[in-house]
Write a protein that binds this ligand. Sequence first.
Ligand code: BG6
Length: 464
Amino acid sequence: GSAVPRTLLLLGASGDLAARLLLPGLGRLVASGALPNLRLIGSGTHAWDDGQWRRRVADSFATAGADGPRETEVVRSARYLPADVTAEEDLRRLLAACHGQTVIFFALPPAITARAADALARIGLPPGTRLMLEKPFGTDLASARSLNDILTRLVPEEQVHRIDHFLGKSTVVNIIGLRFANRIFEPVLNSEHVACVDIVFDESLGLEGRAGYYDSAGALVDMVQSHLLQVLALMAMDAPPTLDARDLRGRKAQVLRATRLWDGDPVRWSRRARYTAGEVDGRRLLGYADEAGIDATRGTETLAELVLAVDTWRWAGVPFRLRSGKALAGRRKEAVITFRQPPRVPTGLTGYEQPDRLRIGFGPDRLGLDVNINGPGNPLELDQVHLVADFGPGELPPYGEVLRGAFDGDPTLSVRGDTAEDCWRIVEPVLDAWRAGKVPLQEYPAGSQGLNESLLAPAPGGVI
Ligand code: BG6
C-alpha cells in the first residue's frame, strides 16, 4: 500500500512479556488493518535468526487468532537482531535498521529499561520516535523519577507511552461513560452518599511460570500500584471537559495527587500474604515459595490489600479499599461503590438488610446495581435485587487497544510520567513497612478465599 512505512523495534523480544501479551495484542491490531506497512524488528539476548523469530511471532499471533493475510505479511518481513540493548554500538545498529515512523518498545525489566534509555539518550533519536514502556515504571519513587529524567532527555512526554493494559479494558474505559453520560450516578458519587469504594481483582491464576518477573514485583506492584490505581483514578476523578490526553490525564493526575494511605498508617491499613499449596479450578498448585525460580526468603506477597484516602472535597472520609490476590477461589473482579444507608427507613417497611451498591465487573465485563425493592409477596417487605447489564467486550483486546493509541501517537490511554511517580508515592509507605517487617506475611491455601481478617468487607451476594 501507499501508507508510510513504520517500524516497531521490540527490545526484549525473547522475553516472556513479548510472547504472552505484546505480540498477541499486536497481532489483533494488525488484523484490524490499523497498521499497514508495519516492519517488526525484534532484538534481544537470544542468538536467534530471522526464521526462529518469525516462528515465535507467528505462534504468538496464533494464540490470539491472528493468522490472516495482514498478520502473515508482518511475520514474513519480521527481522531479528541479537543485541545488548544497553550498548550504544548495538543500539546504533538497531536504529539504522528502522525505517519511517519508529516506535521503540521496551519489554525489559525496569533496571535494563533505564540503562537502555540512558544509552539511547547518548546517541539521540530521530525526531518523532515514540517510546512504549511496560510496567513497572521503575521499582520505587526514586528510580521512577530517574527513569523519567532520562526519558525527558529522549523525547517529549507526549511521545512516551507508558502502557497499562487495564486502561484498554472496555469496562475500565466505560467508567467514563457510565459516570459522565448519565444524570443519575454522578450527583451521588461523593462522601455525602458513598460509604466506601472497593476495587478488587482476585485471580484464580497462580504464578504461571513468571518467577523471573513476579518474584521481584509481588502483588502490590504487579496489580495495585499499577492497574488498580488507574481504576481508582477513573472512578474518583472529576469530569474531564474532553477526552483528549491533556484533559483526561490531567483529571486523573489531580485525583491521584490527592490520594494517600489511610491515616498514613501502613501497619493498620495494609495486609500481605502468599499462597501455600492447594487446588484451584481442579488444578493442583504448588505453594508459591516452592515454585521453580522463587527465592522464598524474599517474602514476595501474592496477595496485597490496602486502604486509601482521596483527600478532595468530594471524597474526604470515604475509604477506597484495594485488593488483588492470586490463586484464589473467589475470582472476584469488580469495583463496588457501597452507598450509605438511607437516613431512615420508614417504620413499617421491613427487611432492610443491605445498602444499595453500584458494581462494575472487570470480567465478565458487567455493570450491576443492587437495589432494595419489595420483591414477591408482602409489599412492605424489602428484598434486594441485582440489576445486571453487560458492557460488552471491546473490538480489540485490552493490549491491542492501548497499543493502537500509542501507534496513533495518542497518549490518552497511557500513563503520564508524573502520574507514574505519584503511584509510587502512594504505595511507598507500604513497601517500606513491609520491607522493615512491620506487617507480617500471612499465608492462605491456594483455592481459598484469601485472608481470614481482610480489610475489605466480604463479597456482597448477587450476580457480577
Ligand atoms: C498483568 C499482571 O499486568 O495483569 C498479571 O502482570 C495479571 O499478574 C494480569 O494476571 C491480569 O490482567 P488480565 O487482563 O489478564 O485480567
